[in-house]
Design a protein around this ligand. Sequence first.
Ligand SMILES: [Zn+2]
Ligand SMILES: [Zn+2]
Length: 893
Amino acid sequence: MQTRRQFDHTEIEHRWQEAWDDADVFHIPDEATDPTYVLGMFPYTSGQLHMGHVRNYTITDAYARYKRMDGENVLHPMGWDSFGLPAENAAIERDTNPRDWTLSCIDTMREQMEGMGFGYDWEREITTCQPDYYRWNQWLFTRFREEGLVEREAAEINWCPSCETVLADEQVEGDAELCWRCDTPVEQRELDQWFLKITEYADELLDDLDDLDGWPSNVRQMQRNWIGRQHGATVEFEVSEAATSETSSGKQGEPRDYGPVEVFTTRLDTIFGVTFFALAPGHPIAEELAAEDDDIAHFVEEVADPEGDEPQGVPTDLTATNPATGEEIPVFVADFVLSDVGTGALMGVPGHDSRDHAFATSMDVDIVPVVAPSEDDVPDVSEAAYTEDGALVNSDDYDGLDSDEARERLEGDIESAAHDVQYRLRDWGISRQRYWGTPIPIIHCEECGPVSVPDEDLPVELPEFVRTTGNPLDAADEWKHVNCPECGADARRETDTMDTFMDSSWYFLRYVSPHLDDAPFDTERADDWMPVDRYVGGIEHAVMHLLYSRFVTKSLSDMKLLDHREPFTNLVTQGMVLLDGDKMSKSKGNVVSPQRIVEEYGADTARLFTMQAAQPEKDFDWTEEGVKSSYEFLQRLAGAVESFAESTFDGDHDEIAEYVEREIDATVAIANDEFESLTFNGALRETQELTSLLARYREETSPHGPTLERGLRTVVKLLAPVTPHICEELWSDLGGEGFVVEAEWPEPESDPAELELARQLVENTQEDVRHIISVADIDDPERIDIVVAAPWQFKALDLARESDADNVIGELMQEDEIRKQGDAAAKYGQELQQERQSLPETLSPEREQVALRRATWLFQREFDADVRLLTAEEADGDVASKARPGRPAIHID
Ligand SMILES: [Zn+2]
Ligand SMILES: [Zn+2]
């Protein structure tokens, strides 16, 4: 194929971007009904688009464009996740303020997105740091508060000393508990905090995951683990001072009694093996002891390390009474018991829990096996715990019961025991002591307590930014001092701002009616347009963003503001773009700038390469050679279209043209499936193969003009979602009407299943010929005979495939047409009997003939030989006997 003059991608891309914009092709009117809602997770406004963005948004854009061509209304909006600490830090670094910095980032990123040709409805753009957006965060906070879903609590919070802010549990990373933004080790502090009670939805959030079939299973599993529902039991241990010990307070007389202390366990079946009891450093009894005992105080304040590898503890003078055995066991204060998890106390079963085992070993506490693989196979637990369920041993009346049954019986038999469910999920702490976020709409009054800012006074806008060491809102005196909305007394505003995950937990609803000024979204339209049909973003959002969005959707539904309970029907978590096997990272200096690629090769090339490289979920390595080959492909395609437009073709609509037509159909059929499942790489491979077939058709035969044109038009349409600019250009070269972005998506003109069978037949036959030539070492084949199986064989195969009789042969022989074939029929019948489990589907004998006849030109050209297509009757008996339906016999002279 000749290469035409190189096309000027920059000129073409700008021209078409303007043309789309002028024609408003990506706008979806409010009146549209039930559009396909395609959404990429909106970007954080950090300043520049990176390759991860390019990949993410090319996936959604290609899908949205495909759906639009396929006749759907499409909602494909974009916005800016623009509050948060990084902007505040960047502004301080640059001696500006977060607002100006953020708005300039947005301008840059919007321009870069337009340069990539992403087709968004910019009339629906939203910006979370603008008052007309964040006032609805405040409005929603007030609704949540009315519904009893907001709580203010003094809480141990995660504090990053470097960022000077509170972090949600989800923002503390890894066993080392580092700040997710700056990797500083996180400290604990106690502060009054605002919480959203996501735990009230724990069961629903967990159970509904089972129905989210359109989500990747790993994301669902991550949410299950995060919610961490455990079925178990609570049970009480009586705790008191040991009768024999000196009381720590030095007083004589009765040992002090601390009463019953509750623990939660999932292994009540091991209660006969409880040999110690442990309290969290924050448990009220531990605090009481620490106030009186220096050793315990030292442990709590200096030694305890909940994140440490080894469980540590300190003995106390207390004992606990095992409610099952009546035995008194030692009580420790231990750092692996967490105050905010479960009850802050724990029954230690070293024989059957690895961490308890390590602790008991270091504290020299007894280790007793009470569960065994079977009653007469008691495990040695001196070196390691046996953590499986099994049969009870050393457990009095319960010996021999299996763990399940024992748990149930013990739950009933122990007076203080009760069935209980616990969760790992905590309430969502949304308070941040930073400036660049939504002010929490609360006014603190000494008389009335915390009072919600009345709706008509929203938004509570951020005051001007000032640089301080602490929270700028605290320093904004004039802003802070207000009158109480209830009693009018002097009062002060809440100075905490909201976690930015609040902004992103409902933004997909705002796109539905972005300019509405009396509600966050139009309920009626949201009920029609939501849920999001295709949501695409990074796996790092598997827990926080996706879980909060589900929680908010469910609670809005309970407030009757929405009628659905899940926000995202189908989710794709796209893989990473790597460079030399590593994640691209600015700090490591291994980044490829999308801007450079766009300038050098064009946006279409960048889009084509990223979609071609791998399926969306997979990571792939960026390679300059890959980019170049994508670029060259587009150049070749442009050349093909140009030379077609400049020539005339007057070939017949012959068998070859028929073959090409069916290949066009087959490509379309496959591309349809692949686009629907977002496996663009498969669709692109097929389209590129069709492109080279068209080139061969043009060069090696006398092509039929309309067939060639249909082929080229199809290629251009199939590529248009991925490489939209060049395709507009080529569409117009081919005389297409209007924009290709609005052209009709192609449909195959014949049955896709038959097309696939015909393709398979031709490919198998080609392979067989190659195989024979190579095995028989044939230098220069003169003639190739391709012999299609006899009609009775097709009939026998059909019967065998549908038969459920034990003996297929018997059934076949009831057919006259088959029986009269004698030995040949018996032999073939045996074959069919043996291969019953995997009998292939085939075309009819006539269709098989037709498909092969259309492909003979390919054989002639590849092998440079005469090709004869014969029926079994026409062929030599020996050769014919080797033919099978779907696998013609081949004879080469
Ligand atoms: Zn930090
Ligand atoms: Zn008041």
